[in-house]
Write a protein that binds this ligand. Structure first.
Ligand code: DGY
Length: 319
């Protein structure tokens, strides 16, 4: 008998075919937590992105062996609960690095050069030669980029910054990356120095108990008044209330955000009314090719686990 799996995401046909060779699958696109619980009692595997995997859900899944995330982030996994039940957890690192790094540069350029605001200015028929005060903005080239979290994506951004935009790159990371420092000329800085010196502060660290709200009021107080905060990791690495306060009080110049504490963003979030922010709906990896590659890799991880092999991308804490 083939193993049974539950798929919570829209997948390309070729990935469904690949899965179908090894598994019987049920698709419940974008099903929420409660809906998943109702369907999971007879499933050996789960393929999804973002749904909380905790003790309660696992108690409804007596046969479950593997949860395969179609994302590189895995803050949806309760690692202790998964360890206790011997559940394999996998993710999709690598295939999205360039796509996310491109989007981060889109955010840097959009925020610094005010691209969405300029677009509105032209389309609203406000372009005239009498008052040009609105058009002036901040340079990206030859400025300083501070990267918090120098993982695979951080390094891919650093490459663009160094070689494409002649930027000075500082980074802060749990472990020093001596090879990257040597090969790319990026410099390690402690967090406070990075915050004080950078024109652009990019948060690329995974969301964990340690990184929850790591950028809070105290950190905003250290930043330059012309600094721009870019977050493409997880919303909760930044205390959003402190960010809104810093923007309102002009402690920083602006922010480019692909992630939020609550997604989709709440309708009354003050960020929606601010002109010095650029907001995106968590689309870092969302090109057709990259999302397809992520789906394929997640399917490979899932099937390897169901065949009793060690999947190529088990999350580090569950190895
Ligand atoms: C990831 O892969 O973690 C991206 O943020 C998309 O969810």
């Amino acid at each position: 008998m083939k193993p049974k799996i539950l798929i919570i995401k829209k997948l390309p046909d070729y990935v469904k075919e690949y899965i179908g060779n090894y598994c019987d699958y049920e698709i419940a696109e974008d099903a929420g937590y409660d809906n998943i619980i109702n369907k999971i009692h007879d499933k050996d595997g789960l393929l999804l992105a973002g749904t909380k995997i905790d003790k309660n859900l696992l108690e409804h899944a007596p046969k479950l062996k593997v949860v395969s995330n179609i994302s590189v982030g895995y803050n949806n996994f309760n690692i202790e609960d998964m360890k206790e039940k011997n559940i394999i957890g996998t993710h999709t690192p690598g295939v999205l690095n360039d796509t996310v790094a491109d989007l981060i540069f889109g955010l840097i350029l959009s925020t610094a050069r005010k691209l969405p605001e300029m677009d509105r200015y032209v389309k609203d028929g406000k372009w005239n030669k009498q008052d040009e005060s609105i058009i002036f903005s901040k340079d990206v080239h030859h400025s300083t980029l501070g990267i918090i979290g120098m993982g695979r994506i951080g390094e891919t951004v650093a490459k663009r910054a160094k070689y494409g935009f002649d930027m000075d790159v500082l980074y802060y990371n749990r472990n020093r990356k001596y090879d990257t420092e040597k090969n790319m000329g990026v410099k390690y800085a402690d967090l406070n120095d990075l915050l004080k010196q950078s024109d652009f502060i990019l948060i690329m660290t995974a969301l964990t108990d340690e990184t929850y709200h790591m950028i809070d009021e105290e950190q905003f107080n250290l930043m330059r008044s012309d600094a721009i905060l870019i977050n493409a990791s997880r919303g909760a690495t930044v205390n959003e209330k402190a960010l809104i306060k810093a923007l309102n009080e002009k402690k920083i110049l602006g922010a480019g955000l692909d992630v939020f504490e609550k997604e989709p963003i709440e309708k009354d979030n003050p960020l929606l009314k601010m002109s010095n922010v650029v907001l995106l709906p968590h689309v870092g990896s969302a090109t057709i090719k990259t999302r397809n590659d992520m789906a394929r890799l997640a399917a490979e991880n899932l099937i390897a686990a169901l065949k009793g092999e060690v999947p190529p991308n088990v999350v580090p804490e569950l190895k």
